[in-house]
Write a protein that binds this ligand. Structure first.
Ligand SMILES: [Zn+2]
Length: 270
């Protein structure tokens, strides 16, 4: 599933490719995404101009010239790709648009867990229901300490809770906890100030580094030009079971927490 670095990479490519473009035509081939597209979806976008491509957590927020926001969540397998309108349609191209300059913008989503809506800013904020952005100053050790000490949940569940901090999923939670030297299953309320400060610092560093490498391409993720990311080659623990830890050579292990696999080094993250 695309997390913050992948969505930010898509945002940057779309900002370059479609900001300032009008949407001449919208053709919906399959309206059944995570929720069915609204009846007025085509009408809400046709003839509008995309002024700005923003991001909040794992959501893309495209500001339209009438002040409304076009919200897009890529779900598990969503791809938004700008290209040549004469290219043959692919099997899961569910929404096909023609831009003012005649290029096409296609939304492809094999598993259809994506989400799209057009609404005003307040309605979109309520729909997303997100906590702070991890790459802003609002995500501080003081902020996270308060959230951690209100709960008996595992630290990894807190860091992946979108209402606490927006945009971190299983991959980057695993990677940042390795760097912070904290075991994923540990109860959040038992962490000391130094550990919380390391988690905040590691979160910012891992996300920033992943954005620099244009995200991680594990299965379906591609940016707006159809290009994959490369951060997957830099994983220290995620999907590295049995491989030696890069710091201490102990084999990386995987444990199940809340239905998801958590990867960690049992020595460095003791
Ligand atoms: Zn280790």
């Amino acid at each position: 599933m695309p997390e913050l670095p992948e969505v930010e990479t898509v945002r940057r490519s779309l900002e370059r490719l479609i900001a300032g473009q009008s949407i001449a035509e919208v053709h919906v081939r399959e309206p059944r995404l995570r929720k069915p597209l609204a009846c007025d979806f085509v009408e809400a976008l046709t003839g509008r101009t995309v002024q700005q491509v923003g991001r909040r957590g794992k959501y893309l927020n495209l500001r339209l010239d009438n002040g409304l926001i076009w919200l897009i969540h890529l779900g598990m397998t969503g791809q938004l790709i700008v290209g040549d309108p004469h290219e043959p349609l692919r099997k899961h191209d569910h929404i096909v648009m023609t831009l003012g300059d005649k290029r096409s913008l296609r939304y492809n989503d094999t598993r259809r867990f994506g989400l799209m809506a057009v609404d005003d800013e307040a309605a979109i904020e309520a729909l997303m229901g997100l906590g702070v952005e991890p790459l802003t100053r609002a995500f501080s050790a003081r902020y996270l300490w308060d959230k951690m000490h209100q709960t008996q949940r595992a630290i990894k569940d807190v860091i992946m809770d979108q209402r606490v901090v927006a945009g971190v999923g299983n991959i980057y939670a695993s990677e940042l906890l390795f760097r912070a030297k904290v075991q994923p299953g540990r109860v959040a309320g038992t962490l000391d100030h130094a550990a919380v400060a390391r988690i905040v610092k590691a979160t910012k560093a891992v996300l920033q580094e992943a954005i620099t490498h244009r995200g991680s391409s594990i299965s379906d993720y591609l940016d707006g030009e159809g290009q994959p990311g490369s951060f997957q080659s830099r994983f220290r623990v995620y999907d590295q079971v049995g491989k030696p830890c890069r710091s201490c050579t102990t084999p990386i292990v995987r444990e199940m927490h809340g239905g998801r696999g958590s990867f960690f080094c049992p020595v460095c993250q003791a």
